[in-house]
Design a binder for this molecule. Sequence first.
Ligand code: PMT
Length: 398
Amino acid sequence: MLKNKTIILGVCGGIAVYKSVELLRLLVKAGASVHVIMTQSACQFVTPLTFQTLSGHPVHTELFNLLQEMEIGHITLADRADLFIVAPATANLVGKLAGGIADDLLTTTLMATKAPVLLVPAMNVNMYDNRIYQRNEGILREAGYHILEPDCGYLACGWEGKGKMPAPATIVEHATALLAEKDLVGETILVTAGPTREAIDPVRYISNHSSGKMGYAIARAAQQRGARVILISGPVAIPVPVGVKLVSVVTAEEMRQAVLAYLDVATVVIKAAAVADYRAAEVSGTKIKKGSDDLMTLSLIKNADILAEIGAHKEGRVVVGFAAETTDLLENARKKLLSKNLDMIVANDITEAGAGFDVETNRVRFLLPDGEVENLPLLDKSEVAQRLLDRIARMRGH
Ligand code: PMT
């Protein structure tokens, strides 16, 4: 979504500048063309050369630099931007903007732009709580600026409290959401993700290799496109997408209960979770001890098929499943599509390089009940999510 977008990254002087370097790297990695404007104070913390090297563009620092004015100029820069991010935004910058002061290149360009502006304040907690600062932030919010709340924690000045600049990945998520087309407004999308765990005893469980990356990418993209998203997730170790309601579960039965509890409000269900098909017939209350026999038999009992249950009572909602296969991909996936009464199934052959469990990419095929098959190339999971949501948006008449 940031691909080929022009972003201006304004950098003020504060210790959080070191995080702006990583932010720039992530924006460039996402395909954006980023032009950096640094204040004089920012240059005291990190040299413009660092930002120039990572952005591949000259860094702008001077309002009255004739060469820069002729080649780009602050007005041209302001006009060209799809998005303007200021990170970190200091109390000084916020105060100047709120007061309409434009006395350096950053404030002048900010005043001249018509692009959406995302301010990422970072400062000492007492400065942040200061009533004058809060008044200024209020003025900017009312004027349509987007302002991220700082994180709480240990601050570089030695104080604990609110004032930390959020992680660069979080800022990128907000930036992406600001630029996304809001074609899923009005939809409530229930996404399941990750594995389930079925206990054998207090120490051991049955599970699988799902990391949750595929399901979380879908939840994130749907939220950015304007949907309300409920993410029902098994145990994973990845951050919750911004703005998404997370419901954490462990077992298949807990996932089933959570899905059924939210089903009524869902207009779309996407089941990317890798649900355990079986659980231990008996869960031991104490650790099972090693016996003298070499062979140990564990009796398993079938879990309810959540997707089949939803498919049997669709009541107008779009229901999409995933199929993780190691053989006969299309044939097996089609059987699941039809037997579970789905509107679409996303088939992934988990033996293919770069596809399936715990990788950043996936190679999937979309299978539809009318026999249509769309073959997608190997893509980042975030891009697979976008393509899937494009399909769903069309099914929902957007
Ligand atoms: O999480 P990642 O590491 O990113 O990996 C992604 C993924 C490989 C887990 C994902 O892309 C995927 O394929 N998810 C579905 C895995 C799976 O359980 O497939 P299945 O063929 O066993 O199940 C078919 C469908 O029925 C799935 O939508 C599953 O959620 C659902 N199901 C299965 C069993 C069950 N008891 N209840 C269910 O709802």
